[in-house]
Ligand binder design. Structure first.
Ligand code: PBG
Length: 326
C-alpha cells in the first residue's frame, strides 16, 4: 500500500534539481520588487562614499544620471531621494524643507526632465535632515509638537509634489498627517500623486547608518520614542495602518524590515492594501559587513530580500537594489 508517509513520501524529491526547485518555488524576487534609495549632496561632480554604509554613495544632482539610468535599465520601478543638508542650512524649524530650490527639489526636477516617467520618484516627508536637533518635527521643551509639525509637513509634501514627485512618503509618524496631506494635495490639483505612508515605523537602533548618511546622527538630541512605535508592540501597528488607510494612504510601509517580518505578515493578512518593507540602513550594513568579512555568503542578500516577499510584502526599499544580480 502506498501511504502518505515515509518511505513513500519524500519531500526531498522536488528539491533534487534546480529546475524542479524552480517549479515548486512559492515566492520570487525580481527588480520590479525593489525601490532604490539615493542620497543627495550639494556640489558638482560628486560621488561621495558613506563610512557607515559600504558601497552606498551620496551623489550631487549633476551626477544622478548614471545611477538613475542603471536603475531604469535593470527595471527598478522607483527611487527614493534623501538629502544630506549642510549644517549651515539647518535650523530649529527645518526651514530648508520648504525652500523650492532645496536639494530634493532640484533632484526631482533633474530626474523628471531627463527621464520623464520612466521611473517613479518617491520622497520622504519629515524634517530630520533639515532640523538642527535631528528630529522629524518641531521641538519645544523636549516635546515634538504634533499639529504644528503636520502643518509644515503638509507644505513640504505639496512642494515636492509640485516639483514632480510621484509618491509622497511621510516617514515622520505624526498623528493625522496622511489625511491633512491628502486634502492639501487634492486642493492643489495634485490628485494623482500617491501617498506611501510609513504607517508602521518603529523606534529602532537599525537607523544609525542612515542618520550618518543624511548627517543627522551627531545632532540628534535624545531619541524618537515619543513618536515612532515601541518595538514591543504588534496590535498597535494594525491600528496605525487602519487609520492611515481611512485617511487616504495608497500604500503602507513597515520599517525596519527583517526584525518585523511578523508585522508585515499581520498587516498583509488584515488589510488588502499594498504593503512595502524597508530593509533599513542598519540591516544593510550588517549584511554588507558580514559579506566583506567573509562571515556570511553573498547569497544572504537574496535570502534577506525573499524573506520580505514570503511575509507578504509587495515591494522592498533596499540599498542592495542596484547591487544585486537577479
Ligand atoms: C527619517 C527617516 C529615517 C529613515 C528613513 N527616513 C530615520 C529615522 O527615522 O531616524 C531610516 C532609513 C534607514 O535607516 O535606512 N524620517
Amino acid at each position: 500500500m502506498i501511504t502518505g508517509k515515509y518511505p513513500n513520501l519524500r519531500l526531498r524529491r522536488s528539491r533534487k534539481y534546480a529546475w524542479s526547485r524552480k517549479l515548486v518555488q512559492e515566492s520570487s524576487l525580481s527588480y520590479s520588487d525593489l525601490i532604490l534609495p539615493i542620497f543627495l549632496i550639494e556640489g558638482k561632480n560628486k560621488k561621495e562614499s558613506i563610512k557607515s554604509m559600504p558601497n552606498v554613495f551620496r551623489y550631487s544632482v549633476d551626477k544622478l544620471n548614471t545611477v538613475v539610468s542603471k536603475a531604469i535599465n535593470k527595471g527598478i520601478p522607483m527611487i527614493a531621494l534623501f538629502p544630506y543638508i549642510r549644517p549651515s542650512k539647518k535650523d530649529e524649524k527645518g526651514s530648508e524643507a520648504l525652500n523650492p530650490d532645496n536639494l530634493v527639489c532640484r533632484g526631482i526636477k533633474f530626474i523628471k526632465k531627463k527621464f520623464k516617467n520612466k521611473i517613479g520618484i518617491m520622497c520622504d516627508v519629515a524634517l530630520d535632515p533639515y532640523t538642527s536637533h535631528g528630529h522629524d518635527g518641531l521641538l519645544k521643551k523636549k516635546n515634538i509638537l504634533n499639529d504644528k509639525t503636520v502643518e509644515i509637513l503638509t507644505k513640504q509634501a505639496v512642494l515636492q509634489a509640485k516639483m514632480g514627485c510621484d509618491v509622497i512618503a511621510p516617514s515622520d509618524m505624526m498623528d493625522g498627517r496622511i489625511g491633512e496631506i491628502r486634502s492639501a494635495l487634492d486642493k492643489n490639483n495634485l490628485n494623482d500623486v500617491q501617498i506611501l505612508s510609513y504607517a508602521v515605523k518603529f523606534s529602532s537602533s537599525f537607523y544609525g547608518p542612515f542618520r550618518d548618511a543624511v548627517g543627522s546622527k551627531k545632532l540628534l538630541k535624545g531619541d524618537k520614542k515619543t513618536y515612532q512605535m515601541d518595538f514591543r508592540n504588534s496590535d498597535e501597528s494594525l491600528r496605525e495602518v487602519s487609520l492611515d488607510i481611512k485617511e487616504g494612504a495608497d500604500m503602507v510601509m513597515v520599517k525596519p524590515g527583517m526584525p518585523y517580518l511578523d508585522i508585515i505578515k499581520r498587516v498583509k493578512d488584515n488589510f488588502k492594501i499594498p504593503v512595502f518593507a524597508y530593509q533599513v540602513s542598519g540591516e544593510y550594513s550588517l549584511i554588507m559587513n558580514g559579506i566583506n568579512k567573509k562571515l556570511i555568503g553573498k547569497d544572504s542578500i537574496k535570502e534577506s530580500l525573499i524573506s520580505f516577499k514570503r511575509a507578504g510584502a509587495n515591494s522592498i526599499v533596499t540599498y542592495f537594489a542596484d547591487q544585486i544580480e537577479l
